[in-house]
Write a protein that binds this ligand. Structure first.
Ligand SMILES: *[C@@H]1O[C@H](CO)[C@@H](O)[C@H](O)[C@H]1NC(C)=O
Ligand SMILES: *[C@@H]1O[C@H](CO)[C@@H](O)[C@H](O)[C@H]1NC(C)=O
Ligand SMILES: *[C@@H]1O[C@H](CO)[C@@H](O)[C@H](O)[C@H]1NC(C)=O
Length: 599
């Protein structure tokens, strides 16, 4: 016993000494500045082939760093894509994929959101001693059971500082721009209220004029129904701007409803300030822009300057903001120790066209489809730029398949975090970014539409081909229109999709716009592709039951709680973030400060 202890003693000393040495090398952990734009299409950016929109600052990042050309979002919509980005896992694993009509969180007063026991890259970095900040859009929930429990709030998901939109920018934030939330339900409720009102009025007249004997009970019932319908319709929908368009600093609501016009400059000033005050320590800044989601309000300095209407004006403002952030990093001498990443949460929204203002949604270049169009490339292939002078070669282009879920393991690796983790779906990107690996570890990639596995991408070893198999595709309306112009976003279930048996097959390497369907006659490997992908799907499915590293059962698709159910999504008064006394919520941030200090 004693001798065994003695024998291990020198080894123990050695290990301890080893730890000290690595701690003393002065090899400081890098900073991370992650810039994510909302709804930006891959074809909107100069360095991805656009020649009419001016994006010199984003282009400069690409020329000084590495550009990914096949950078794939795990979902074509905000909430699930951002979940996957933050957690390094398919959104299904955390219950953040939709089962039906509701595909994103719709109310801040709902109870769905990123589960408190999920782990974000921010949480991992925080545990590694990083100072972590989120400036901008969150859209992954706020409360679970009571106002202020903040179970889904960024502060409880690894961000020690939060300033921005716990929800998102959307049309309802600007009066007169229409509504983005369950329009048909709103209309039905409105008609119902109206009908009840008219019915009640008629019956009261009939009774008063003595034409017919109308029961008082019937009148009372109609009155109550009318009041309930009005309350259900008016309260959550009529006040959407107040409920959802708010600004929080950490856990305080500081503006409700927000003044959208000053949001860009406030977010920029906050982001610059965060970098400046943390220049001396390893930090993570996730700068999640409210742009370029509709309603596309225009900052005066950029109004009417681009060649693409309000959309182009917004985009050129985004570029300017990216330039300001880069300038801040560089002027503090942080460039060589900062990994700067630029991306979008998913592709551009093709249906978002407005006859008055022309284009309002992003442009997805040669790729088919867009936001909320299942696995079509245009909705999931996004810009991806990594700049890190001194570590990453300038001007490198990586065409291999990569995923937004790769950021999580990449940051973990760079922060020297070797602690056990849950099952991850992403891979460390550094070997590809540094040119040490030629092939991506994503031989297969799975594309989801809500909770449904919709398509599989296969990059066979020793081949350039990128096969993509679609098991079902969304039904466009009108047919052939290239989008779901009836509902504004396509859906993933029931009569909204067409199942394909055999599945549709394309080779993105030869046919990036998915326009030439492969057949056994045109593709030698046709049968092999279907077999290989079917097997990969089985293996993929088995990971939803596998044991994770801690030995407990990992999230199961069947048992993990669905965060996107009607019950969790719908508004409830006791969860509504509010400044003042509910329901009289309202406050305004003092913004003079920003005007003086920033731009
Ligand atoms: C550039 O972007 C604009 C705005 O999204 C788009 O309308 C235009 O078609 C794009 N041009 C190219 C060459 O991709
Ligand atoms: C950053 O790295 C580059 C390339 O290694 C080097 O030329 C440059 O001098 C470095 N800059 C600073 C401020 O250290
Ligand atoms: C989080 O908790 C839920 C409910 O208890 C459980 O089903 C799930 O597996 C947990 N997730 C993780 C990542 O531990």
């Amino acid at each position: 016993m004693r001798s065994a202890m003695l024998a291990t003693f020198p080894l123990f000393l050695l290990l301890a000494a080893g730890n000290d040495v690595t701690g003393d090398t002065g090899d400081k952990n890098p900073n991370f500045v992650i810039i994510m734009v909302d709804d930006l299409g891959i074809g909107d950016i100069g360095c991805y082939g656009n020649d009419t929109i001016r994006t010199p600052n984003i282009d400069r990042l690409a020329s000084e760093g590495v550009k990914l050309t096949q950078y794939i979002a795990a979902a074509p919509l905000c909430t699930p894509s951002r979940t996957a980005f933050m957690t390094g896992r398919y959104p299904l694993r955390s219950g953040m994929a939709s089962t039906g009509r509701v595909q994103v969180l719709l109310f801040l007063g709902g109870s769905g959101g990123l589960p408190p026991n999920e782990t974000t890259f921010a949480k991992r970095l925080q545990q590694q001693g990083y100072t972590t900040g989120l400036i901008g859009k969150w859209h992954l929930g706020v409360n679970c059971e009571s106002r202020g429990d903040h179970c889904h709030h960024p502060n409880h998901h690894g961000f020690s500082y939060f300033y921005g939109l716990p929800f998102t920018l959307f049309n309802d934030c600007v009066p007169g721009e229409g509504s983005d939330v369950l329009n048909d339900l709103q209309l039905t409720l409105q008609h119902l209220t109206l009908l009840l009102g008219i019915g009640l009025f008629t019956l009261v007249c009939v009774r008063l004029c003595g034409i017919l004997e109308v029961s008082l009970w019937l009148l009372l019932l109609l009155l109550i129904l009318g009041i309930v319908a009005a309350a259900v319709w008016y309260v959550p929908f009529g006040l959407l701007r107040t409920w959802n368009c708010i600004i929080m600093r950490n856990q305080d609501v500081i503006e409700q409803p927000m003044t959208v016009e000053t949001v860009p400059q406030r977010l920029l000033a906050e982001a610059q300030d965060f970098i400046k005050r943390n220049a001396d320590r390893p930090f993570l800044l996730f700068f999640s822009l409210a742009h370029i989601h509709t309603p596309l309000f225009t900052t005066p300095a950029f109004a009417g300057k681009s060649r693409h209407g309000r959309y182009g004006d917004n985009l050129e403002e985004v570029d300017w903001i990216v330039g300001k952030i880069t300038e801040t990093v560089d002027s503090l001498g942080l460039a060589n120790n900062t990994l700067l990443h630029f991306t979008s949460d998913h592709g551009g929204h093709l249906e978002d066209a407005h006859s008055l203002f022309g284009q309002k949604g992003g442009w997805n270049s040669i790729y088919k489809g867009g936001k909320a169009m299942a696995g079509w490339e245009g909705g999931i292939r996004v810009p991806g730029i990594f700049r890190w002078p001194g570590r990453l070669a300038a001007g490198r282009v990586v065409d291999e398949p990569t995923s937004l879920m790769d950021l999580y393991p990449t940051l973990k690796y760079l922060a020297k975090d070797t602690q056990p983790d849950r099952h991850l779906d992403g891979y460390n990107l550094m070997p590809l970014l540094e040119g040490k690996a030629a092939r991506s570890e994503h031989e297969f990639m799975f594309h989801y539409c809500g909770i449904n596995l919709n398509a599989v991408r296969w990059h066979p070893p020793n081949s350039n081909s990128i096969f993509k198999v679609h098991f079902f595709t969304p039904n466009f309306f009108p047919p052939g229109a290239g989008g779901c112009y009836d509902t504004g976003v396509c859906m993933c279930h029931g009569e909204h999709v067409t199942h394909h048996n055999p599945p549709l097959l394309y080779d993105l390497f030869h046919d990036p716009s998915e326009s030439r369907q492969l057949t056994p006659e045109t593709e030698l490997r046709y049968t092999e592709v279907l077999e290989q992908t079917a097997r990969a799907v089985e293996r993929h499915k088995s990971t939803f039951q596998s044991r994770n590293v801690r030995g407990d059962m990992d999230v199961q698709s069947s048992t993990v709680q669905n965060q996107m159910s009607w019950e969790k999504i719908l508004w409830r008064p006791w969860l509504q973030p509010c400044c003042g006394t509910f329901p009289f919520c309202g406050c305004k941030e003092e913004t003079d400060l920003y005007e003086k200090t920033s731009i």
